[in-house]
Ligand binder design. Structure first.
Ligand code: NAD
Ligand code: LMR
Length: 348
């Protein structure tokens, strides 16, 4: 049944795309999304399919991966993609088989994981999700394209990415990243709101550390409308930092579900920036393998300010770290070291 669905969809979309665009398109790339039957998936997949992530000239073969119990729902999602008649979609692989799911994949958005419920911290999820990412790492290593770019969204995303990357033997470690772009976007909005400007006017801010309540929203170099901007320190410590750190929990409290549309949006932003680069004079936040910068132990998957050019990211060096920020950095480093110690048995 699945084989049939995959073949039928591939034929239909290949025809549609050629008819619509002629020969001017790039060769198709394969984009895998795990947890594709889940709530982030439902918001993310359709935007990726529309070309929003990789641009209007980039045809896509979607690899939608979920667990066996979710296959009926996933086939429903596949039918809805058909019904959108997206010009850029050249095929859909909807599967619970990771060998098929990651075959020749160029981009992977790893959303599939057990989500956090009310009152839970990310650490609570380490055990269950650790197993998932060990397995997925093996499949990616064995079957994905050697140039694959991976963003881990499923929580606890930094340490899940560490577990995943540990399984990789033949693909550069820097191709494995985790998502803190949602936190970056959240910080951007809070600052814009405070300063009475638009989010897009806020530049040179970053998230350091873990995607957790210890994350460090760093704003000492912030500009608004290209001018150095400051906000009062009391607001920063008492309102801004806690509200960015706790925004995920606040949304869970309000929706009784974790953030989905904004998380999907950020995952797309992460890949788009990784492919297209950061604007001149700005940086973004990505959780990447530490090279020891800012005193962060090597190998931890740690969010840094990065610039991106030609598909390669570089950590922004030399940002001044005040004693206040150093205290916060120490805390988030410690939390990630503790998480790494807790999954030590999965890193052998
Ligand atoms: P959801 O429960 O709606 O969907 C998760 C989906 O993943 C389900 O369909 C489930 O069957 C599937 N799944 C579970 N294990 C899988 C596996 N091994 N392979 C493939 N699929 C698998 O959850 P959601 O709301 O979509 O959230 C997904 C994850 O994203 C959660 O871990 C959540 O905490 C995380 N999240 C991260 C951020 C971030 O900023 N990094 C933001 C929001 C949510
Ligand atoms: C978020 O930041 O919205 C997510 O990570 C959800 C969560 O589990 O906090």
């Amino acid at each position: 049944m699945q084989k049939y669905l995959q073949k039928a969809l591939t034929n239909q979309f290949t025809r549609a795309s050629i008819a619509h665009f002629g020969q001017s398109l790039k060769p198709p790339v394969r984009v895998a999304i795990t947890g594709a039957a889940g709530q982030i998936g439902y918001s993310l997949i359709f935007r990726v399919a529309s070309g929003e992530m990789l641009g209007p000239n980039q045809p896509i073969i979607l690899h939608l991966i979920d667990l066996p119990f979710a296959m009926t729902a996933l086939n429903g999602v596949a039918m809805e993609i058909q019904d959108c008649a997206f010009p850029l979609v050249q095929g859909i692989v909807a599967t619970d088989n990771q060998t098929v799911g990651f075959k020749d994949v160029n981009y992977a958005l790893l959303v599939g994981a057990k989500p956090r419920g009310p009152g839970m911290e990310r650490g609570d999820l380490l055990k269950d999700n650790g197993k998932i990412f060990t397995e997925t790492g093996k499949y990616i290593n064995d079957h994905a394209s050697r140039d694959i770019k991976v963003v881990v969204v499923g929580n606890p995303c930094n340490t899940n990415c560490l577990i995943l990357a540990n399984q990789i033997k033949d693909i550069p470690k820097e191709n494995f990243t985790a998502m803190t772009r949602l936190d970056h976007n959240r910080a951007q909005y809070q600052l814009a709101d405070k300063l009475g400007v638009h989010s897009s006017d806020i530049r040179k801010i970053a998230i350091f550390g873990n995607h957790s309540p210890t994350m460090v929203p760093y704003i000492d170099q912030m500009t608004a409308k290209n001018h150095k901007a400051t906000v009062d320190q009391q607001w920063v410590t008492q309102t801004f930092i806690p509200s960015v750190q706790q925004r995920g929990a606040e949304i869970i409290k309000a929706r009784k579900l974790s953030s989905a549309a904004s998380a999907g949006n950020a995952a797309m932003n992460h890949i788009t920036t990784w492919v297209n680069g950061t604007p001149e004079g700005d940086y973004t936040s990505m959780a990447i393998p530490s090279d020891g910068s800012y005193g962060v132990p090597k190998g931890l998957i740690f969010s840094f300010p990065v610039t991106v050019k030609n598909g390669k990211y570089s950590i922004v060096q030399g940002l001044p770290i005040s004693p206040f920020y150093q205290g916060l950095l120490d805390k988030t480093i410690k939390e990630l070291v503790d998480e790494r110690n807790a999954v030590d048995h999965l890193l052998k």
